[in-house]
Design a protein around this ligand. Structure first.
Ligand code: ZN
Length: 192
């Protein structure tokens, strides 16, 4: 018999729904073996009362509070798999992009290009506001499109105080995250 490759179900439980507050959110957890990342846990759930959908993705073994820095220098770099846990903040400093986890944040596994798609969707949603700055919207949209097409180099940065996010590439560096950075991103409240 060969090695087991497919996902394996590791749990199924019912928890309180963050939206309607009832004990009706049914969550299933699966474990995947991902090259260069090791074991990744993917959870999905649906509230049978209000229809709220939950999802999360995280490394099975936490690496401690960390900041992942991944330089995207050529089109192939866009294909690396990325695990963004529900506790992570995603940043692209060169493009001024920042996505912090909200109170009901979702985690996911995607590619670097998929991360840019999410920023593009968020930008398009924000730009549907009639008050939005047309010129800034167009400029930012073009910048993300160029990055997606591999015509613009950038850095993908993921800050995760739980250390369960990752980029599947030898080029990705895992650095300690400073207290100042955690304060700036709202993970901890500055004293005084
Ligand atoms: Zn609900």
């Amino acid at each position: 018999m060969g090695e087991e490759r497919g996902p394996r179900k590791i749990g199924e439980y019912v928890v309180r729904c963050p939206v309607c507050g009832r004990e009706t959110l049914r969550v299933e957890e699966y474990i995947y073996e991902v090259p260069m990342l090791g074991k990744v846990i993917i959870s999905t759930g649906k509230c049978t009362a209000c229809g709220y959908r939950y999802s999360d993705a995280r490394l099975a073994e936490a690496r401690g509070p960390s900041k992942i820095v991944y330089p995207v220098q050529k089109p192939e770099d866009l294909n690396a798999l990325v695990v963004v846990s529900s506790s992570a903040t995603v940043l692209v400093p060169e493009l001024g992009l920042e996505a912090r986890p909200g109170p009901a944040a979702q985690g996911y596994i995607t590619t670097v290009e998929g991360v840019l798609d999410r920023f593009l969707e968020a930008l398009e949603a924000a730009c549907r506001d009639p008050e939005a700055d047309r010129e800034a919207c167009e400029k930012n949209r073009r910048a993300i499109e160029e990055a997606k097409e591999g015509r613009r180099q950038f850095t993908l940065v993921i800050v995760d105080p739980e250390g369960v996010s990752a980029v599947a590439s030898e080029k990705a560096r895992r650095e300690p995250v400073s207290r100042e950075e955690l304060e700036r991103l709202g993970y901890i409240v500055a004293p005084g």
